[in-house]
Design a protein around this ligand. Structure first.
Ligand SMILES: [Zn+2]
Length: 493
């Protein structure tokens, strides 16, 4: 049983000005192939896939040369056509050269935005299908922020999407993809799938599955998987910062050779989402920056600390709005982690702990990032990061200023998700009253689910910049927002 494995994944904020280029996918360790690709993410989709696929002694895995996640993470805009064609083209020629294959596993995201390619994951599936033929089975794994429609499963056979946000079950979905793919190749599983679009658009900050009603939506899917053997359900929440035609909630249901049951399950989940639409679109409370920071200050005075301030809207990582308010409202013992400034990090290449610091940092990249802010203080830590999560081989600088405040500069956008990440950086998270981070929901795993934060407030700038929850302010070209609840009056089903 020969199975090809490939990876092509990005969550593209198409409203960011700087395109994602060929160069963004090329860095130490990327592209990668063979065993290195199979080992590239041991705790994520590929890790789960490889672990289970190798439990079957007759399976041979072939790692096709693939680019890993772009080096600026999610802080770069449209993927240029050249990059898509170059990396996908290489994959397709390798699939042809190293075939025949009985199956293909594609580690995807679903929210890729490529100039001139309206539905990139469906396009990848079509080209892979053309390369490996009708008889091979093709399975993809997806992030819950995927923007998809029926086209993907018209070309591929199966899809497994993460259920939770934060994305706790990446490894699990990889495991399921492997087991089901092997069963399909053996003739023991005959994928019968249905795709249902539900015309609801939500900013991702709403989509936390740790609370109702998103938790109930996930539960509805889990119940179907529990009560019917061989049923799998995907609920793709969608990523509205990609200006692509297939945003909005997507439900996929899959059964073992039973199209009627697939339709029943898919329709049931879609109807559930539609019934809950009024709650789904207002699941999180967001404060404008000045009010949110004032609330944080009040909470500290009341002893309800540590406070986490989550700037959900900063898509470049360079936004200075929160830092500005921390200074203006004179907060102390506040950690701002991080502020992206590639230029400052490069200029500080020889910075040492204890150096005096006086520099305007952040901002500049676009209007959503705001103006740079001058910080006078002392270099507290110089950190060389190595982990893939934080980007390969980056230099971060922590600067102490004001009344025990620290701002951490990183070259690119960083979502701090775990308190332990701060400890790895040499910072003592327990010594701060307020921790201000650039995250919407992912931080819940390390700051909320474990009870660390006593107070949490989500904030965004006064003006509706490109990361705003006010989607109606975004300059869409490929989406008619009026087709989606709550921005118009779509009918369903
Ligand atoms: Zn996601």
């Amino acid at each position: 049983m020969r199975i090809a494995v490939l990876h092509f994944s990005h969550e593209t904020v198409t409203f960011l000005k700087s395109d994602t280029t060929v160069d963004d996918f090329i860095y130490q360790g990327s592209p990668t192939s063979g065993e290195a690709l199979l080992q590239s993410a041991p705790r994520s989709y590929i890790g789960g896939f490889v672990k289970v696929a190798r439990e079957f002694p007759d399976v041979e895995l072939v790692g096709i040369e693939s680019p890993l996640f772009p080096k600026r993470g999610t802080a770069s805009g449209w993927i240029v056509t050249e990059a898509f064609e170059r990396f996908l083209g290489k994959m397709i020629s390798e699939l042809k050269a190293k075939g025949p294959f009985d199956g293909v596993y594609m580690s995807l995201h679903g929210a890729m935005g490529v100039r001139g390619v309206p539905k990139p994951e469906a396009e990848i599936a079509r080209r892979v299908r053309a390369a490996v033929g009708r008889k091979a089975f093709i399975v993809g794994t997806f992030d819950p922020h995927a923007n998809e429609d029926k086209e993907f499963l018209e070309a591929a056979d199966m899809a497994f999407c993460v259920k939770y946000f934060p994305h706790y079950d990446e490894y699990l979905q990889g495991e399921r993809a492997a087991r089901t793919l092997v069963r399909a190749i053996r003739g023991d599983y005959k994928p019968a799938t249905v795709t249902v679009k539900v015309p609801i658009a939500t900013p991702t900050v709403m989509q936390w599955t740790g609370a109702s009603p998103w938790m109930n939506l996930v539960q509805q899917a889990l119940v179907w998987e529990a009560r019917e053997p061989d049923v799998y359900v995907n609920v793709m929440f969608s990523f509205p910062w990609s200006d692509v035609p297939d945003i909005g909630i997507t439900v996929q249901a899959m059964t073992n050779g039973n199209p009627e049951l697939a339709k029943k399950v898919g329709d049931d989940i879609a109807a559930f989402a539609w019934r809950k639409r009024a709650d789904l679109v207002k699941a999180a409370e967001i404060h404008l920056m000045p009010q949110g920071v004032a609330l944080a200050k009040k909470a500290v005075e009341a002893g309800e600390k540590p406070v986490v301030l989550g700037d959900h809207s900063d898509r470049s990582g360079a936004a200075t709005w929160l830092l500005g308010q921390v200074i203006e409202q004179d907060l102390g013992k506040t950690l701002i982690a991080t502020l992206a400034d590639e230029e400052a990090c490069a200029r500080l290449a020889s910075a040492k702990v204890g150096d005096a610091f006086d520099m305007a940092v952040g901002g500049r990249l676009d209007e959503s990032a705001g103006q740079p802010i001058r910080i006078k203080g002392t270099v507290k830590h110089v950190i060389e990061t190595q982990s893939r999560r934080n980007g390969p081989g980056q230099r971060w600088i922590a600067v102490e200023f004001g009344r025990g405040n620290v701002v951490v500069l990183s070259p690119y956008l960083v979502q701090i998700m775990e308190v332990d990440t701060l400890r790895e950086l040499g910072l003592d998270p327990d010594s701060f009253d307020v921790i201000a981070i650039k995250s919407r929901v992912h931080f819940r795993r390390g700051f909320d689910d474990n009870g660390f934060a006593k107070t949490i407030h989500l904030v965004e700038p006064i003006e509706p910049f490109l990361g705003t929850r006010r989607l109606e302010a975004l300059p869409y070209k490929h989406v008619d927002l009026k087709q989606f609840y709550p921005y118009g009056n779509p009918t369903f089903p």
